[in-house]
Design a binder for this molecule. Structure first.
Ligand code: C2E
Ligand code: MG
Ligand code: MG
Ligand code: MG
Length: 296
């Protein structure tokens, strides 16, 4: 393409590439500093029983509290962390923070629910990941049932045989496992049935398409129905991601999907605010949150 643009374009192309590389390098440096200065923290988003509103578990979602830029979302730094190998520092830190949070809640008598942690592709295939996880969880004196791990379909497909082996080990240790962003990674049904997982999360891009009741017969609603059916037929818990409104909630329930997380119920929140919710008890559903995620 650079060639077709004429003889001068190569220079622009390299200039753009250099800018990109410089930005990436800059981000990598500040990410390293952020780790040293402990600017990373976990937010939590509840997963709820779509019938009762009861909190069944939490997903830990990483945030970077940048001293000048404020709260930075993982979409901006996880890819860089992945490509630079920094994820191998971030990953264990996330597990550490999640374990400490659970330990702290338990010590203070806060009613706890399982916490799900996202594992990146690089992390999953790290030398002896299951043993490291087990050691960390045991050190925090937590039962393995309190921890879940989410891997995306594409992570599992990177090396299916290995993934089956690693997930199998985590399973034997008592951890719950889910396939995240399901429907986006082109995994075949037979692959899914081979994975030792207990849960499947419908990607939010599909859920987003069912907000309008007139679209229920549309392609994405059909995909959502198919995923729910597939998951249940394989004996998996099916969780809908990105539930934003009442018509989506009702549609999911009609299709037999009883678990969901989304802005309709909660924005991801810092531990302190989640604690209040856990204390109130999962018995009743709070009013859908109206204030946007705190970006201070
Ligand atoms: P994910 O694991 O699929 O997490 C769900 C994302 O959807 C979160 O974005 C969450 O804030 C957002 N979300 C939840 N409900 C709704 C909704 O109703 N509507 C919309 N539009 N979005 C909703 P977030 O926190 O920005 O995280 C993005 C991704 O970054 C995650 O996707 C996950 O892949 C990755 N990530 C987050 N934390 C970690 C971590 O600790 N480690 C690793 N390896 N990846 C992480
Ligand atoms: Mg996830
Ligand atoms: Mg997801
Ligand atoms: Mg996602």
């Amino acid at each position: 393409r650079a060639k077709a643009d004429g003889p001068g374009s190569y220079r622009f192309y390299t200039a753009a590439l250099n800018t990109q590389l410089a930005e990436r390098f800059h981000l990598e440096q500040s990410l390293r500093r952020a780790l040293e200065r402990d600017e990373m923290l976990l937010y939590f988003q509840p997963r709820r029983d779509l019938r009762t509103g009861r909190i069944v578990s939490l997903e830990a979602l990483l945030r970077w509290r940048h001293p000048r830029e404020g709260l930075i979302l993982p979409g901006r730094f996880i890819p860089v962390a992945e490509s630079t190998g920094l994820i191998l520092d971030l990953g264990p830190m996330v597990l550490e923070k999640a374990c400490r949070q659970l330990q702290d809640w338990r010590a203070r008598g806060v009613p706890t629910v399982p916490v799900a942690i996202n594992l990146s592709t690089q992390e999953l295939y790290t030398e002896d990941l299951p043993r490291h996880i087990q050691q960390r969880v045991q050190a925090a004196d937590l039962p393995p049932e309190l921890l879940e791990f989410e891997i995306t379909e594409s992570t599992a497909m990177r090396s299916m045989e290995e993934a089956i082996h690693i997930l199998g080990r985590l399973n034997k240790m008592g951890f719950t496992l889910s396939v995240d962003d399901f429907g986006t990674g082109y995994a075949s049904m037979s692959y899914l049935s081979n994975l030792p997982v207990q849960g499947l999360k419908i990607d939010q891009s599909f859920v987003a398409q069912i907000s309008d009741p007139r679209h229920e017969a549309g392609a994405d609603a059909t995909i959502v129905k198919a995923i729910i059916g597939l998951g249940h037929n394989l004996g998996l818990n099916v969780i809908a991601e990105g539930v934003e409104n009442e018509s989506q909630r009702r549609f999911l329930l009609r299709q037999g999907c009883t678990l969901g997380q989304g802005f309709m119920f909660d924005r991801p929140r810092p531990a302190g605010e989640i604690e209040a919710q856990l204390r109130i008890g999962a018995a009743h559903r709070p009013a859908p949150s109206s204030c946007p995620e705190d970006r201070s």
